[in-house]
Design a protein around this ligand. Structure first.
Ligand code: SAM
Length: 205
């Protein structure tokens, strides 16, 4: 998976490549799909949600240029696979998921794998997680038509936020940097994610 889908497509950050080699993706996939764990595609994890394609996980992670001392906020824990990758590359990951059964399953996997630098919260991630802000990096793993304002507020100056921005069928993976003089936006590539729900999400609740 790593050679064909990650390195071959241009991911260069050695730390990211190493994390993808080390985190056992099959543990995060429902048992009946385990044999497809390392395929080049997203997979269903139940509740109408997906575990993202390995390349997209690598690309989003690389774009954040994480340092070992960084605090990261993730919106959309899903299977917990992306969370576990981030946890290998940063000091602590705060992750928010709105679907209880998914979060419960992800927490079990983190425990089984002995990952201790992850804190989880059940709730609306478009509100962020103010208590532990500011974050050096924020990743949103569901599609939105706007950048939720609380996330911009909770990003540290110099911090990076990556998210799929666009409509409900297709989006552009977008990297936002919070600079002294405002936000700098960079478009990375086209993508297709499930919608970000909640107060500031695609479908306002
Ligand atoms: N990165 C995940 C992985 O590796 O498995 C994939 C995440 S999946 C594509 C998107 C997740 O975002 C879903 O689990 C969904 O329930 C969650 N989600 C959508 N809106 C949310 C919100 N407002 N707050 C928290 N989670 C949300």
């Amino acid at each position: 998976m790593v050679e064909r889908q990650i390195v071959h497509r241009g991911i260069r950050d050695e730390r990211v490549i190493c994390a993808l080699r080390e985190v056992p993706r099959h543990k995060f996939v429902p048992q009946d799909l385990e044999s497809d764990s390392y395929e080049d595609c997203p997979l269903s994890i139940g509740q109408g949600q997906t575990i993202s394609q390995p390349y997209i996980v690598a690309l989003m992670t690389e774009s954040l240029r994480l340092n070992a001392e960084d605090k990261v906020l993730e919106i959309g824990t899903g299977s917990g696979y992306q969370t576990a990758i981030l946890a290998r590359l940063s000091a602590h990951v705060y992750t928010v998921e709105r679907i209880e059964v998914l979060l419960a399953r992800a927490k079990e996997i983190f425990k089984d794998l002995g990952i201790i630098n992850i804190s989880t919260k059940l709730g609306d991630g478009t509100l962020g997680w103010e208590e532990f802000s500011p974050y050096q990096a924020i990743i949103v793993t569901a599609a939105s038509d706007n950048v939720p304002p609380p996330l911009v507020k909770q990003l540290s100056e110099g911090g990076k936020l990556v998210l799929p921005l666009g409509g409900s069928f297709s989006q552009v993976l977008t990297l936002i940097e919070k600079k002294e003089d405002g936000l700098k936006e960079e478009q990375i590539c086209g993508c297709a994610f499930v919608p970000l729900l909640g107060k500031y999400g695609y479908h306002r609740e």
